[in-house]
Design a protein around this ligand. Structure first.
Ligand code: ZN
Length: 276
């Protein structure tokens, strides 16, 4: 049995988790609480000097784990797909300026378009921006999303599909962001995590929980321990696959955003120790 995490050395919190804090506040509060890593949503550095923001985070003692997000490559027209490619090139450049080693991809889908076609457009889109990754060293993490998002947010819905894409793209700069919220239900999960490790593609590990009932498809995630996901078991699989990076707390929750965010950060740390 994998042991609980007694220290916070591998705890990363996404800025979206404490959405009401601006990035300066998040940096100060995370650092004071002993959080070691931060994943930054692009909104969080909007209208700021990106390089200076990255330096501010490092000065606060935080490791920048990734930035979110790129993707949304599929489009009904070539012009739409090109717009997406341009936006992803910007996301990679911004990550480079920030000092973020990885851009997480919510890959996209177009309602009514066959999923296989969207997946091909995702592959083509990633291939189109790979030169930007090679020029900057910034990596891309394909994040498979739960199938409830297959209509409009991602045609990549299992870790197996994400692994297939990594194998097709054959770049050390393209891997996977594995999020327990999206993947916990998959009977192939343990096998595919091992495969992801074998191909050197396991770049990130995101944690939260699945609430019953889930009241909102986007913004009702649970804090670890509030739902039915065996997070520690999944962590044992990713560690067995060779992953020893940050455990990233990524919680979209109207309920938790509404509470006092200082109290919430305390809860996050408690939940991390008890359930991750
Ligand atoms: Zn995630």
């Amino acid at each position: 049995m994998t042991a609980p995490l007694t220290d916070l050395e591998r705890l990363c919190v996404h800025t979206i988790t404490t959405k009401s804090w601006d990035i300066e506040t998040a940096a100060r509060k995370f650092s004071a609480a002993g959080v070691k890593g931060i994943t930054v949503w692009r909104d969080a550095y909007a209208n700021r000097d990106i390089k200076a923001t990255g330096q501010m985070l490092r000065d606060a003692g935080l490791t920048i784990v990734s930035s979110c997000r790129g993707g949304f490559f599929p489009g009904a027209t070539a012009a739409e797909r090109q717009t997406a490619i341009d936006d992803n090139r910007r996301a990679i450049e911004e990550a480079h300026e920030l000092g973020s080693p990885l851009v997480v991809l919510v890959c996209g889908a177009v309602p009514g378009q066959p999923l296989a076609q969207s997946r091909q457009q995702i592959l083509d889109g990633i291939a189109a921006v790979l030169p930007d990754c090679e020029a900057t060293g910034v990596k891309l993490g394909i994040e498979p999303l739960h199938p409830m998002y297959a209509d409009s947010r991602s045609a990549v819905n299992t870790l197996g599909q994400a692994n297939d894409m990594c194998e097709q793209l054959k770049s050390p700069l393209v891997g996977v962001a594995a999020d327990v919220y999206h993947l916990w239900w998959d009977p192939q999960l343990e096998t595919e995590i091992a495969r992801c490790g074998d191909i050197g593609a396991l770049f990130s590990f995101h944690v939260c929980d699945w609430r019953t009932p889930t009241l909102d498809l986007l913004n009702d995630r649970g804090l670890m321990g509030e739902g039915c996901i065996n997070i520690r078991q999944i962590r044992s699989w990713v560690e067995a696959a060779g992953f020893h990076g940050f455990n990233e707390v990524e919680v979209f929750s109207n309920r938790l955003w509404a509470m006092d965010q200082d109290d919430y950060l305390e809860l996050i740390i408690k939940a991390y120790r008890q359930h991750v």
